[in-house]
Design a protein around this ligand. Structure first.
Ligand SMILES: [Zn+2]
Length: 376
């Protein structure tokens, strides 16, 4: 255990990388997938169950927590780790993205954003300084710079203006974050799908200097091909010796494609959200547990998965509890999905270390292309 935040790159295979981030709260093996604990909980999961899937770090949402129960209340109660009973590392986003996607009546100025809460309409302000304060009150281990992200498609002028504002905010975020040993501040690269703006943004961030670098402004509706095109060059613009985090990604094949292109960390609500709507991610692709074909099927969802849903229950049971709106349905499918996401991260770490990522990737796609096991 270290008292500092450090990243050690252990091996590379092509552009894919594997390493370890050390923090006072434990190690994060990369490439890492971070389950999302929006409201101080990964929905339908106990924290020890999230850990049992292999997760080293969770993501918390500043926007949600500042509105309810508030960062000040969480601080009084001992910080977010204690509040939600997760002692390992937590990364918090800056609130910027969710203000844009969830809040009503936003007003954007050089200073920051004022907005109305989507919960009760109350008025709030987020600035780089306030975002740093909230993330400090939460006790976040990895703090994200406050940024602005325009919805795509947007014209080049709008993307440039927004990116440059985010770079000024990155500088203010760094100043407000101060010197906090053991805690990390990540800068966020913006610039949409414009390579020259991505380069300008990366340069600005490198000059300020951060503990890690995120690639923002992707996975916002541009599609996988456009995202991969950007990831073909964007990670290369960031320092080799710092972790690279692709925000809000993604589906299993998005994740694999991002790792292949040099990304170290990712987060997404997909495994937990899909788990609550009867959708399971497996080695053989997506399985909709509500389908009638599972009604009499005594086989597990995925015979190669070690999670409780696959070890102890049949497809028939999983379909039954989903159709009956039983809580265990969301619990089991969320566990399975989080397990699957962590399993592919673990397999990729091993494959990269062994220098056989390409072979692993080929197998990954071949299994998915086969589709679900044949009905009985
Ligand atoms: Zn499973």
């Amino acid at each position: 255990m270290t008292a500092r935040f450090e990243f050690e790159l252990k091996a590379t295979d092509g552009k894919a990388r594997t390493g370890v981030i050390s923090t006072p709260r434990g190690e994060i093996r990369t490439p890492a997938f971070m389950p999302v604990g929006t409201a101080a909980t990964v929905k339908a999961m106990m924290p020890e169950s999230v850990r049992a899937t292999g997760a080293d770090i969770l993501l918390g949402n500043t926007y949600h927590l500042m509105l309810r129960p508030t960062a000040e209340r969480i601080d009084r109660l001992g910080g977010l780790h204690k509040f939600m009973n997760w002692e390992r590392p937590i990364l918090t986003d800056s609130g910027g993205f969710q203000v844009m996607s969830l809040a009503g009546l936003r007003k954007l100025t050089e200073e920051g954003v004022t907005f109305k809460s989507h919960i009760d309409g109350s008025k709030h302000e987020l600035t780089p300084e306030r975002s740093m304060e909230i993330q400090r009150l939460l006790g976040s281990d990895i703090v994200m710079c406050f940024d602005e992200c325009p919805a795509l498609p947007a014209d080049r002028d709008r993307i440039a203006e927004s990116m440059r504002l985010s770079m000024r905010w990155a500088e203010r975020s760094k100043a407000a974050f101060g010197d906090r040993p053991g805690h990390a501040l990540f800068g966020i690269m913006q610039g949409g799908l414009e390579q020259d703006f991505r380069e300008e943004s990366a340069k600005a961030l490198r000059e300020i200097g951060f503990d890690g670098y995120a690639i923002g402004g992707l996975a916002v509706g541009e599609g996988q091909e456009a995202m991969f095109d950007c990831l073909d060059y964007a990670p290369d613009m960031l320092p080799v010796d710092k972790p690279r985090y692709l925000m809000g990604v993604g589906k299993p094949d998005d994740i694999v494609g991002a790792v292949k292109r040099g990304v170290d960390m990712m987060d997404c609500v997909l495994p937990s959200r899909s788990g609550r709507t009867g959708q399971a991610f497996t080695r053989r692709g997506v399985v909709n547990i509500k389908n009638a074909r599972h009604a009499d099927d005594p086989r597990p969802l995925d015979e190669n998965c070690s999670c409780p849903a696959c070890s102890n229950y049949s497809r028939a049971y999983l379909r039954h509890v989903f159709r009956s709106n039983e809580m265990i349905s969301g619990m089991l499918l969320t566990w399975h999905n989080l397990q699957y996401f962590q399993d592919i991260m673990g397999e990729m770490r091993v494959a990269i270390a062994a220098g056989r990522f390409d072979a692993w990737e080929e197998e990954f796609h071949a299994m998915r292309a086969m589709g679900d096991i044949d009905p009985l």
